[in-house]
Write a protein of this length. Structure first.
Length: 326
């Protein structure tokens, strides 16, 4: 067995029982619900997105600076530490109908509800049983192996969750990958943090000064008359560095939007809609749509500018929905 482990003990400190889990009123009941997830599969009969292949082995070795001759040539094997890499879905993910269950997501959602909204990876263990070679088709199963009792660390109070993945080629076990995270409630966070401030620099200070005065100013090139947003030091159409501003009427429509559900960022309350608004003047800007539930925002929806104060120092332009899209 090879233990490929990276501890974060300096950050976690000595873990022990106890601590505060914020909104959780009955830790004993919560722990029973968490323990019920032990043994539940999170992936069943998963299939590697690609066979083991030489280009990926080469990229890995180049990134790691690993020049072992065993990983090149006609009899090459894959570096054993690539075990998990062959199970990953990449940015586009695996097909939704292959393998994945809802157990792991349900477990994390339960911990989120309990106030354990932060996560840190603590360590992994890999056991290598047989070498993987180019052309091998990898399958895998994963199970929620254990959920710890409540622990208190320097980061905060929460639970260690360990998953085990068995990687196979045909009927043969190629290796086992154990991965452990800490889902925790951050220590010392009791009040909701303030909303993040926009980055104000010499190129956009005029825009934010206008917002402070409840005016939405759009840059206009004095060379060719092109309107632009966001603010830039020069015109991207004709290259002219000179500009003035026009004040937006406030009329607009939803050009596109997304609804953010996860992860829950401090100072924000998901789910909420983030939209690309096309102003009547023809430029587009990103903002929030208010006045309707997040699931009622629609492309083509008519909106009207308003300015929303979040505290004594922060005012932001938002757009109030005026009705459903035609």
């Amino acid at each position: 067995m090879v233990n490929n482990e990276q501890e974060v003990s300096d950050d976690l400190g000595n873990a022990g029982n106890g601590g505060n889990l914020g909104d959780t009123s009955n830790p004993g009941d919560l722990e029973k619900r968490l323990k019920a997830f032990e043994g539940r599969p999170s992936v069943v009969a998963g299939v590697g997105k690609d066979p083991v292949n030489a280009p990926m082995i080469r990229h890995w070795c180049e990134a790691m600076g690993d020049t072992n001759p065993a990983y090149a040539g006609p009899d090459a094997i894959a570096p054993p530490t690539m075990l998990q890499a062959w199970t990953m879905g990449g940015l586009s993910g695996h097909r939704a109908d292959i393998g994945r269950t809802e157990a792991y997501d349900d477990l994390l959602a339960l911990l989120d509800e309990a106030g354990c909204t932060s996560v840190v990876a603590t360590d992994c263990e890999q056991e290598y049983v047989r070498a993987l070679r180019p052309g091998d088709e990898v399958t895998f199963d994963a199970v929620i192996e254990s959920v710890s009792e409540r622990k208190t660390t320097k980061l905060g109070t929460g639970y260690f969750v360990t998953t085990r993945m068995d990687v196979r080629v045909g009927e043969d076990l190629a290796g086992t990958h154990r991965f452990r995270i800490l889902k925790y409630a951050p220590a010392g966070r009791h009040e909701k943090p303030p909303r993040p401030r926009p980055v104000v620099n010499r190129d956009n200070v005029g825009f934010w000064e206008g917002v402070r005065q409840h005016r939405l100013l759009i840059q206009r090139c004095t060379g060719c008359g092109t309107l632009r947003h966001p603010w830039l030091p020069g015109c991207t159409t004709c290259g002219c560095p000179d500009w003035d501003t026009v004040e937006a009427s406030g009329e607009g429509t939803v050009y596109s939007y997304v609804v953010l559900h996860h992860p829950p960022f401090p100072a924000f309350d998901p789910p909420y809609a983030v939209a690309l608004i096309e102003l009547a003047e023809g430029v587009r800007m990103i903002s929030n749509v208010v006045g309707v539930p997040y699931d009622k925002v629609r492309i083509g929806q008519s909106v009207l500018l308003e300015f929303q104060a979040y505290d004594d120092d922060l005012v932001l332009p938002v757009f109030r929905a005026r009705g459903e899209a035609a």
